[in-house]
Design a protein around this ligand. Sequence first.
Ligand code: NAD
Length: 482
Amino acid sequence: MQNFEGKILINGAWQTPDSGETLPVIDPSDGSEYGRIARGSAVDIERAVLSAQNAVDGEWGKLIPVERGRLLQKLSVLILLHEDELTEMEARDVGKPLRQARMDVKACARYFEFYGGAADKVHGETIPYLDGYTVLTFREPHGVTGHVIPWNYPLQIIGRTVGGALTMGNACVLKPGEEASQTALMVGELATQAGFPPGVFNIVTGLGEEAGDVLINHSGVHHLSFTGSTEVGALVQQAAAKNAVPVTLELGGKSPQVVFSDADLDKALPFLVNASIQNCGQTCSAASRVLVEQSIYENLTLRLAEEFTLLQAGPAFRDLDCGPLISPEQQVRLEKYLEQAKADGLNFAAEGEIVYDAPSGGNYVKPMLIRDVPPDHVVAQVELFGPVLAVMPFQDEDEAVELANGTPFGLVSGIWTKDGARQFRMAKKLKSGQVFINNYGAGGGVELPFGGVKLSGHGREKGFEALYGFSVTKTIAIQHGK
Ligand code: NAD
């Protein structure tokens, strides 16, 4: 295995960044520095984009789809062969409990398996047109695709975004989140071992305002895929507009789960808890609001409180309910919101614990349940990115819809009811990219199109549908006479 400490991956080779500089890799479980990543800059992005373009113009661009698909599937196998190693890397780098990190490794492998299998199944169309004509459409790659991703789910997001782009024959330049880049580098190494031609998958680590900014503004990039905050998403959209390139924005959320009085509460309860605390609440599709029909409000709130009291936060390798937050800055941000909630007199119904021997350098917060949250309070409106669940009552279906849709976001919604007609009524009225009925999958499965409406973004990744976004239609009209 290559040592990629302080290195970037360009044209299939590990290289030193132009700056010669590195950035620290911090373990959020104890605050210690345990490695260095390269501080990529404009020169590195320039070289990465050029090498991706050369790949598109060279061997990679000539491969038939089934051959591309086989490479993706080989990468999937290699990821699974390194499951334990990747699990530990992701757990340490992000501060994720081990079993959550393991799920991410499996999901990453599954993306490359799914997309590998799809590579030779994307068809064009024939279109009825004028007499004496035949019209065909082809789906062609954009060329060079730029991928800027966050730190919270590196493996899963690489699988869905790079996996989809490579399937359609694009060549990628990836800028991972500076807080957690380790597994991205490892997947890059495994892609090289799988036999992807040089330049197909380039990785430049570094800061958002440096490497990220140059990548999104680069005129040699033909499609941008961004996952991250709504604020940076707006910058990416502006950069895309300047170069007139398509962009997919996977941004934040404040997702609701709506629980009606006829719901199976035993079944719902673990979903309500887990969807709010998974990855310590640092999940775009975390269901951080639970809306409960008035007649079962006291009962369900008490049951949720019992569950929250049992939750434990501690080091990733202890594999508890929650790990640490990613950084001291995130911890300070969250604590400010919680202080405001206390000052405003909000009702803290229950809290979990931080295990007594958690290292003092880790960014730990207690899981929190806050009840009776006013719908316009920041706790009900802002993506807190911590293990905090806001509970609020509703009187009827109309109010449930109004509350559920009453934030600037629209990523995922959950509905819990046995009434089939209500399930469909609600699902059609909720403004979100995904709706789960009597279940909730933060982020959904590999096969399911995923993405937001409103400030949660636009465009879809995951599933077969993503492949349309990672390609462009060419129409060929042939006049051949009658
Ligand atoms: P962020 O927007 O701060 O950073 C995301 C990426 O953008 C990082 O790689 C960062 O280096 C880069 N970046 C920062 N400034 C940049 C700039 N000026 N130009 C170019 N790139 C820049 O987000 P974050 O804090 O890393 O991640 C958390 C956010 O991501 C949350 O809002 C979360 O909801 C969202 N997210 C969304 C999804 C989704 O699929 N919808 C998935 C995961 C996370």
